[in-house]
Design a protein around this ligand. Structure first.
Ligand code: FES
Length: 95
């Protein structure tokens, strides 16, 4: 099971999630209750995360991430609501 490490508000929250979990739905919401998110549909960018480690295990950005994040994708930013996670990941919303 992938292990997710979230750095947020100076705290570190570490949880295992089922493979192919999305952090803003179902198990993700329960395990990361303070993760900031909004629409869940790639439209608001409230769920923006910065990937600190594990980016290579993520799928390529989809068209919603490309449209909403643009150049920020090159700096490691992703939309959590658009990610189904299958490998360990270290992320932050402190930026
Ligand atoms: S929750 Fe709105 S873009 Fe992800």
């Amino acid at each position: 099971m992938p292990q997710i490490t979230l750095h947020q508000n100076g705290q570190v929250i570490q949880q295992e999630v089922n493979a192919n979990s999305n952090l803003v739905v179902l198990a993700g919401i329960k395990k990361f209750p303070h993760l900031k998110y909004g629409c869940g549909m790639g439209k608001c960018t409230k769920c923006t995360i910065k990937v600190l480690s594990g980016a290579q295990g993520l799928p390529e950005p989809n068209w919603k991430e490309q449209k909403m994040l643009g150049e920020r994708l090159n700096d490691g930013f992703r939309l959590a609501c658009q990610l189904y996670i299958s490998e360990d990941l270290v992320i932050t919303q402190d930026f």
